[in-house]
Write a protein that binds this ligand. Structure first.
Ligand code: WT7
Length: 635
């Protein structure tokens, strides 16, 4: 029996039991057999959830790019590593072999070194989904620099905040990006961001759109001429297992985004292991994850997980609706995709369109389908199963988080029977628990509560960059000696898990994790706004949409209100990005507050859901009269 590749249910249970009985020897065996180490570890695991402190494979040395690239050269040198599918279907797709990837990463890494980037320095990457994005991550890893990718849909302000928090020395960007019909001036956004980010000394620019852009003397450089001159051999930095690999920001329920820090060895072992099992990856498969590398899904299952297994991984630059709603299915046929991994919001959007878009294409290459990012509703699950998987491709509903680094709860295809809307069973090494209101672990089945994990796994984030106390407080203080996920979950009679959604002030809109506090902060900067509160409400395609309750400083004519509505969304787009815009804005004279001044979001949530009946006890409010006014004007 191999721990590494599980093929049927009985094997899953055996491996799972082993992984819980002795986690250290379980992960040690996997690490030993499937990776290249420059020095062996002294200790597999050291952990303390109270402090908190977690270390995997301490004392070991390695370079993750040797594991993702160099070691495949003897057997897979001509195999496609990255298959790039451009936004415009008329532009040719590109196949980058493992050997070409090796040369491109080395050249890129040499350029970074020449530009003064050293081990431990942070490099901010703000690029569209073009091959240079994957190459730049690996180039950083080659020389031990810490990458901090910022999704290229974020605004200048959001970018600047992330650059400053990570204290990045360099930004890697492009002249622009193509998405559907739209061209975005990424370099202009970087220029704006850098006005407030003096820590950045240089900007490397990839040419993509051929737009006419401003290049600042002494700071900005086109990367291509530098790459052309660079050597194709680059001595890798030998790294410690617990050295940082990357920072990736995720929204918190309050304040600043959290820079989740992932370290090298544990992250590598875990993403490689879960990729192989959750997608039942085989040597000649062509794997496509439609996420952007700006999110953790792309880091783990476009770049590191697949490449660590020597797989062919697809990078798609465009959007599902361009040039029409058949684009995903066309790409599946064109590249004979075997595993397809996308978000419920995309499925819902495509399910609304004419079925002919799907039926036109030959999808018979597909073996496994996956979803991630938010709960999948039953209707979308069946649509996906019937029309894309043709009822013979298992759907893996994968639950995980930026913080977890890799998938924690998911079926294993062909082993775990699937059940719509259930992420099903924990992967080997994962020990989920459901907690009740009093902070006690519930051991029976058929319960719901809050989801925690009681034992570390190799890819858990080690800290929040620059703020270990916030890491402790957010994840390890709610429940003693447990990692708190922030999600609610239920466990059915056979032990399957269903994730019911966030229990904090994070709202998942189209699979994007948005904290309400930063959006409220942005709105409150509008000169006419006194105060605001954001809640989520159900939306057919996005899963959730945002509903804002806004108190204006002075009440005026409705014409003025209309303008303020538009301006509020402009401010949000500038401060965070268009993804955080509000679908509904209701002006109100007050917000329901507790006597200690806290906004009662529970009430606002119900009103936004048009559920006016069970508002609970409102008599203890400071201002109970405002509730009726809000109900009367609900949108
Ligand atoms: C939150 C994490 C994991 C990569 C993408 C999102 C929600 C994620 C599922 C799922 C129900 C899910 C959770 C989680 N979520 N996957 N399969 N079923 N909910 O990463 O931005 O860090 O968001 O996404 O609420 O806490 P993220």
């Amino acid at each position: 029996m191999s721990n590494y590749h599980i093929k049927h249910l009985e094997e899953y249970f055996q491996v799972y039991r082993k992984s819980v009985r002795n986690p250290e020897s379980f992960w040690e065996e996997i690490a030993e057999e499937h990776f290249v180490w420059r020095k062996r570890w002294n200790k597999v695991l050291e952990w303390d959830f109270k402090k908190p402190e977690i270390k995997w494979f301490e004392g070991a040395q390695l370079n993750i790019t040797e594991n993702c690239i160099d070691r495949h050269l003897s057997t897979r040198s001509h195999k496609t590593a990255i298959l790039f599918e451009p936004n415009n279907p008329k532009e040719k797709s590109q196949k980058i072999t493992y050997f070409q990837l090796y040369e491109r990463v080395n050249q890129f890494a040499n350029v970074l070194r020449e530009q003064g980037i050293q081990k431990g320095d942070r490099v901010c990457i703000y690029l569209p989904m073009i091959p240079e994005l994957a190459v730049s991550l690996l180039a950083c890893a080659r020389i031990g620099a810490v990458h901090s990718v910022v999704f290229a849909g974020f605004s200048a302000t959001a970018l600047s905040i992330r650059i400053n928090d990570s204290d990045s020395k360099m930004v890697i960007t492009s002249d622009g990006s193509f998405r559907g019909e739209k061209t975005t001036d990424l370099k202009g956004i970087v220029d704006d961001a850098l006005e407030k980010s003096p820590c950045v000394k240089s900007v490397l620019v990839v040419k993509r759109t051929n737009s006419n852009i401003f290049m600042k003397e002494g700071r900005d450089l086109w990367i291509q001429p530098l790459l052309d001159k660079a050597s194709k051999i680059c001595q890798m930095e030998i790294m410690d297992a617990e050295d940082p690999l990357f920072i990736l920001y995720t929204s918190g329920s309050t304040g600043m985004p959290k820079g989740m820090l992932h370290t090298i060895a544990g992250y590598m072992v875990y993403t490689a292991y879960t990729f192989k099992n959750v997608f039942q990856y085989r040597e000649d498969d062509v794997f496509w994850c439609t996420a952007d590398i700006g999110w953790i899904t792309g880091h783990s299952y476009i770049v590191y997980g697949p490449l660590a297994n020597g797989a062919t991984t697809v990078m798609f630059e465009g959007i599902p609706s361009y040039p029409d709603f058949g684009r995903f299915w066309e790409i599946i046929e064109k590249h004979k995709i075997t595993q397809f991994y996308t978000a419920p919001t995309a499925i819902r959007a495509l399910a609304k369109e004419n079925l002919e878009y799907v039926e036109k294409y030959d999808l018979s290459s597909i073996k496994v389908l996956g979803t991630v990012g938010e709960p999948i509703n039953e209707e979308a699950w069946h649509w996906y199963n019937n029309n894309v998987g043709k009822k013979h491709s298992p759907i893996v509903d994968t639950w995980w988080q930026t913080e977890t680094g890799g998938i924690l709860i998911s079926p294993i295809p062909f082993a775990t029977p699937t059940k719509p809307t259930y992420a099903t069973l924990p992967l080997p090494g994962i020990q989920p628990v459901i907690m009740d209101k009093n902070g006690k672990e519930i051991t029976e089945n058929q319960v719901d509560g809050r989801l925690c994990i009681k034992f570390p796994w190799p890819a858990i984030a080690r800290t929040i960059w620059g703020n270990h106390e916030r890491y402790r407080e957010t994840y390890f203080s709610t429940y003693k000696k447990k990692y708190f996920t922030g999600d609610g979950a239920l466990r059915d009679e056979v032990g399957y898990y269903r994730i019911t959604g966030r229990v904090d002030d994070v709202i998942i809109v189209s699979g994007h994790n948005l904290g309400t506090a930063p959006i409220e902060d942005a709105i409150n900067q509008h000169p006419a706004v006194a105060e605001s509160a954001i809640v989520g409400f159900p939306h057919d395609i996005k899963g959730n949409a945002l509903y804002g309750f806004v108190i204006l400083k002075e009440t005026g004519e409705s014409r003025v209100h209309e303008n303020v509505r538009i301006e509020i969304n402009q401010i949000i787009a500038e401060h965070i990005g268009p993804i955080a815009k509000l679908d509904k804005i209701q002006f109100t004279s007050g917000l329901p507050k507790t006597r200690s001044g806290k906004i009662m979001r529970r009430i606002l949530r119900k009103i936004a859901n048009n559920d006016f009946n069970n508002l609970g006890d409102t008599t203890t409010l400071l201002n109970p009269e405002v509730v009726q006014e809000i109900i009367d004007n609900a949108l």
